[in-house]
Ligand binder design. Structure first.
Ligand SMILES: O=C(CO)[C@H](O)[C@H](O)COP(=O)(O)O
Length: 222
């Protein structure tokens, strides 16, 4: 059976000063997860928030907290994020840390382990840890990480397709520029976890914006 369709709105596009309300709005609108972009101003040229903010948000929601770490030193975040209430720990394969150890540590802490690829990184970079059964989710970035509101890169779809064919049971997440105009390409390629910031938080009809994404993934899986 194909992995379930999941929509994970990116709070990067929300009003950070009202994060709990923004989270409630998308969960009430049908979102499955909340995507939290942790940026350190070093791995990417932007700075957002870390475990203390995740911990504050966790007090206001029971939703699955899908943390995407755009940081140089993800190993330093395992315990703080676990303590904060995070559920998914996704780090970048490009960092200079042992990916297998990070996955094991995330899982031992009770979180799921995800591994992310920048647009310039080939799918083969995650084969070894996926083949070893250490990964719950692969995140294929469809923009350069760091900022919301960028243009979707359709040239990432062969990477998504190759990963889906090789790993039918693993969640495959796409992130960057997803919305009504791009979801079909991603869903057809085999992505089942859809991160969307601008297209959800910028919509006048949040439930509809989420449903469009989810329905496309469900339809593609049939
Ligand atoms: O990881 C990210 C940027 O690094 C964001 O999650 C992503 O860009 C989503 O924003 P949008 O849907 O507006 O493109």
């Amino acid at each position: 059976m194909a992995p379930a369709a999941i929509v994970s709105p990116s709070l990067l596009a929300s009003d950070f000063a009202r994060m709990a309300d923004e989270a409630k709005k998308v969960i009430d609108g049908g979102a499955d997860w909340l995507h939290l972009d942790i940026m350190d101003g070093h791995f990417v040229p932007n700075l957002t928030f870390g475990a203390p903010v995740v911990k504050c948000l966790a007090k206001h929601t029971d939703a699955f907290l899908d943390c995407h770490l755009m940081v140089t030193n993800p190993g330093d975040y395992v315990e703080p994020l676990k303590d904060a209430g995070a559920h998914m720990f996704t780090f970048h394969i490009e960092v200079d840390e042992d990916a297998a150890v990070l996955c094991d540590r995330a899982r031992a802490a009770g979180m799921k382990a995800g591994v992310a690829l920048k647009p310039g990184t080939p799918a083969e970079a995650v084969h070894a840890i996926c083949d070893a059964g250490k990964v719950d989710m692969v995140l294929v970035m469809t923009v350069e990480p760091g900022f919301g509101g960028q243009k979707f890169q359709p040239e990432m779809m062969p990477k998504v397709k190759a990963l889906r064919e090789r790993y039918p049971q693993i969640d495959i997440q796409v992130d960057g520029g997803l919305g009504p105009a791009t979801i079909e390409a991603a869903a057809t390629a085999g992505a089942n976890v859809i991160v969307a910031g601008s297209s959800v938080f910028g919509s006048d009809d949040v439930p509809k914006a989420i449903a469009v994404l989810k329905d496309a993934v469900t339809a593609a899986a049939k």
